[in-house]
Design a protein around this ligand. Structure first.
Ligand SMILES: C[S@@+](CC[C@H](N)C(=O)[O-])C[C@H]1O[C@@H](n2cnc3c(N)ncnc32)[C@H](O)[C@@H]1O
Length: 238
């Protein structure tokens, strides 16, 4: 089974990422503003997870449709927002071409697939469903900041009692992907995410037919820097 099918659809996922619910109060309004569309715009929240950022998108007047692969995330999403959510795979979106004003892709939700072709396919699908001139917001973690964050404990098992699990973080041997293993009781998880360089992220967007219109180095729209913790790209369809 692909890691992203197992890890994100396990009840422990909500526990491991419980801080992200509170983070949404800051991340949601900031990222929704960076999308930069007028009220009334149709925005696809892909992947939407349990819908933690949806209230902020709706607060800007966007008409939101969420989609995710994980039934467990979608079930939780449905308790707060029971409609306009779909089960889908990012590699084959069930939306008509040129049907959306915006695609909102938050919290490092690109690079999950094993092959470059599949990761490009995700961006191509985003581009396909956007109207001409439509906007993608792609919120990634900054590769250099991640390198610094991982360096001290790379490859070591670290106990995180407050979070209730042990964790080991390593770069893949080719240095392209970050492997995050977690042991929580008898459960074992292993995220395996491609962390692109800035050049690779831009090349992927361009190859998908998107033009980078702005790049930000943080939630509040500061300029992109190599060392920023988040690399947030706003790209438009040609
Ligand atoms: C890190 S979470 C981010 C969710 C949301 N954007 C947020 O900020 O809370 C990544 C999400 O991607 C979903 N996902 C992973 N692989 C997917 C795929 N192939 N197709 C659709 N969704 C997928 C997971 O189920 C999970 O909900």
């Amino acid at each position: 089974m692909d890691w992203f099918v197992y890890d994100f659809d396990h009840p422990a996922y909500f526990d491991h990422y419980r801080d992200k619910e509170a983070d949404a109060a800051v991340e949601g309004p900031a990222l929704a503003a960076l999308l930069g569309l007028p009220g009334g715009a149709t925005v696809l929240d892909l992947p939407c997870g349990w819908g933690r950022l949806r209230p902020a998108l709706e607060a800007r007047g966007y008409k939101v449709v969420g989609g995710d692969l994980s039934p467990l995330n979608l079930a939780r999403h449905a308790t707060g927002h029971p409609w306009k959510i779909l089960r889908l795979d990012l590699r084959a979106l069930p939306f008509r071409s040129a049907s959306a004003d915006g695609v909102f892709c938050a919290f490092t939700s690109w690079g999950y697939f094993a092959t470059e072709a599949e990761n490009l396919r995700q961006l191509q699908e985003f581009a396909r469903v956007l109207k001409p001139g439509g906007t993608l917001l792609l919120d990634l973690c900054g590769r250099e900041a991640l390198k610094r964050g991982v360096a001290a404990d790379e490859g070591r098992w670290v106990d995180l009692p407050s979070l209730g699990y042990r964790e080991r973080v390593r770069w893949s041997p080719d240095g392209r992907r970050i492997w995050t293993e977690r042991r929580d009781g008898e459960h074992a998880f292993r995220h395996d995410i491609w962390i692109p360089t800035d050049a690779e992220a831009r090349a992927g967007l361009e190859a998908a037919g998107l033009v980078v219109e702005a790049a930000f180095g943080g939630l509040h729209g500061g300029p992109w820097t190599r060392d920023a913790e988040r690399w947030i790209y706003r790209a438009l369809t040609r």
